[in-house]
Design a protein around this ligand. Sequence first.
Ligand SMILES: Nc1ncnc2c1ncn2[C@@H]1O[C@H](COP(=O)(O)OP(=O)(O)OP(=O)(O)O)[C@@H](O)[C@H]1O
Ligand SMILES: Nc1ncnc2c1ncn2[C@@H]1O[C@H](COP(=O)(O)OP(=O)(O)OP(=O)(O)O)[C@@H](O)[C@H]1O
Ligand SMILES: [Mg+2]
Ligand SMILES: [Mg+2]
Lengths: 257, 257
Amino acid sequence: MKTTAITNQKGGCGKTTTAVNLAAGLAGRGYRTLLVDLDPQGHATLALGFQPDALEQTIYEALVNPPALLGPILLPSSRLPTLQLAPANVLLSGAESQLMRMDGREYVLRRLLGEIAGNFDYCVIDCSPSLNLLTLNAMVAADELIVPVQTQYYAIEGLRQVMETVEVIRERFHPNLYIRGILLTLVERQTLLSRQVEEQMRAYFGSLVFRTVIHRNVRLAEAPSAGQTVMTYAPQSFGALEYQSLIDELTYESPNC
Amino acid sequence: MKTTAITNQKGGCGKTTTAVNLAAGLAGRGYRTLLVDLDPQGHATLALGFQPDALEQTIYEALVNPPALLGPILLPSSRLPTLQLAPANVLLSGAESQLMRMDGREYVLRRLLGEIAGNFDYCVIDCSPSLNLLTLNAMVAADELIVPVQTQYYAIEGLRQVMETVEVIRERFHPNLYIRGILLTLVERQTLLSRQVEEQMRAYFGSLVFRTVIHRNVRLAEAPSAGQTVMTYAPQSFGALEYQSLIDELTYESPNC
Ligand SMILES: Nc1ncnc2c1ncn2[C@@H]1O[C@H](COP(=O)(O)OP(=O)(O)OP(=O)(O)O)[C@@H](O)[C@H]1O
Ligand SMILES: Nc1ncnc2c1ncn2[C@@H]1O[C@H](COP(=O)(O)OP(=O)(O)OP(=O)(O)O)[C@@H](O)[C@H]1O
Ligand SMILES: [Mg+2]
Ligand SMILES: [Mg+2]
């Protein structure tokens, strides 16, 4: 199983939109895929059509009750047979203080995912907009990171903080962690600011920036209100096609290992 | 001094843009205004033209070293004489675990602001996209909250979590706290989704939703890259005028107390 965490502490840069549509696109191609919602907002859970507050068990129970397993809390996606979800709801915000007190607190999610790794080809983790212990768990559990970045001024500044955090994690917890790529999201063809930021990002980070760019496309914002991913809600929309081209870039260059 | 915290755990909904331009607009009208950056991203600090990582002292030092005072760390705005900033940078992310260990940890910011209340008419606090102890401190220190909400699907769900958190805070820490209003931000006149969400918000929350709506306007996104607020960067832009009309709504209905 290859595990990718979608992370950036900058809010609203398209983490959930990327995690959900990446997982759905991989499942649509027949890969056995696990989507992990690690954000107490529960937006990845909502995006797959579930009501977070109606769930009896979520990732919270598996994280705070070792040696609980992930298997029993997984939900099958109604529209994509090879996609499963580890859901979250607001209770997850209580995990932070409980994890703090555990031995090996940074490795809790990694241990959980290790138990079910044989059942999946890919795992995608959606993170909350912060660099807290939950997000740390996601980075330690992941093989690679995708960092969505909006082409806006504040977004560039935030990238440095992400990079510095990754360095700390490589030194202290997970030497093999690497940034798979920076994904430019919510790109607006018509504004100078967006074009300028894209040029700056490519100048600074070179090939670390994916060739695929995700433009602002209203179908991507509508899909969650229908409880669907864009892959089933509007499969021919620009949004869906751009996420498909991201998957081409990801799967072509790195055969599953 | 009247203290307003700008908060919503949903990322990218315009918290910083609202906090910075509200504070600048109040200062532009001659009110003595304090802007508090309580987000380790330091975006409100950037928006006023400062380099967060170059600062010797920030709000972090005042929070974790009681009985430190706020006065010595305040920075005057270069363009608006009656605006001062309590800056932040990434070190602030270390405050969470230090505050956890303090007595009266929820009241630390409130005590700090109490010391300098006589020097200002208004105080505006920018919060990070989370419901952690720092944000709790902002809510306990505030007289009122403004909750920016993007007219998108995920945004509606998040509002319930904010409301529930406010109820807990009123019961346990601060009975007089109230939500001054919900501010619709990043509104797109041309999409059906945006209009539908606005209708739903007004149907659910009625007069709690400000009459003023902030439309998507590229000048608002450009201003921070020039180290300015929109009030000096593009004072006649729609973005500036809409924030001015928000201030009209705020100051007309609630004479400063
Ligand atoms: N390419 C896009 N085109 C149009 N809308 C988009 C696009 N990507 C994301 N959105 C919308 O923008 C908003 C922010 O995206 P999203 O919630 O995925 O970001 P996030 O980084 O997960 O936010 P948070 O920091 O709160 O977790 C959402 O309302 C989403 O529907
Ligand atoms: N009305 C608007 N029109 C155009 N761009 C806007 C508007 N409001 C905010 N923005 C831009 O959208 C992005 C998100 O806004 P902002 O950073 O203020 O949100 P936030 O809630 O403070 O984010 P975070 O959750 O990361 O703290 C920024 O790049 C900002 O410049
Ligand atoms: Mg999200
Ligand atoms: Mg902000």
